[in-house]
Design a protein around this ligand. Structure first.
Ligand code: GUN
Length: 165
């Protein structure tokens, strides 16, 4: 299948971070978080797709650990910016011999960006607990550049342009 057929088949829509997504599961069971004591679904899961015409999932972070699962297509590069300023690079894909990983955990509090460097599309899954909620996520703006001045050149291309004044 090509990217257009995948978008239609999986009912994907454009994501504000870039790329396309669809929520595939939101548990009816709820929990209160240790952070703010407010209610969240226990678990959510999504499909997430990057394509050659929307190849960047711009820097953002979530308060909870997120597990990423490679599904199909071309591999996807992740840059993970840890709170201590370490920039980690990982490739989510199926070429295990080349060091790609089928699953990738990004810890809560780490900034992440995902990039489709080649190919028509890369499709992955993401699961998070407590379930996804906009109260728990933040999209990076240019203040990230001042928080990590030693990494400006590496991270600037992956800050959403509409968040840079
Ligand atoms: N709604 C908008 N963004 C997201 C996301 O990343 N995950 C889920 N589950 N829902 C969303």
């Amino acid at each position: 299948m090509n990217k257009t057929e995948i978008i239609q088949k999986l009912n994907l829509t454009q994501h504000i971070e870039g790329g396309y997504f669809a929520e595939t599961h939101r548990s009816l069971q709820e929990m209160r978080t240790q952070r703010d004591g407010e209610k969240r679904s226990v678990l959510t899961s999504i499909f997430y797709l990057l394509t050659d015409d929307s190849p960047i999932d711009y820097f953002h972070k979530n308060k909870s650990d997120i597990v990423h699962y490679f599904h199909t297509g071309w591999s996807i590069t992740y840059l993970i910016l840890h709170p201590n300023g370490r920039l980690e690079k990982q490739k989510l894909g199926s070429n295990l011999a080349a060091g790609e990983v089928l699953q990738l955990v990004v810890k809560g509090g780490c900034w992440k960006t995902a990039i489709l460097e080649e190919g028509e599309y890369g499709l992955l899954g993401e699961s998070v607990s407590p379930g996804f909620d906009f109260r728990d996520m933040q999209i990076a703006d240019e203040s990230l550049l001042y928080e990590f001045p030693h990494l400006q050149a590496e991270i600037k291309p992956y800050i959403q342009p509409s968040y840079v004044v």
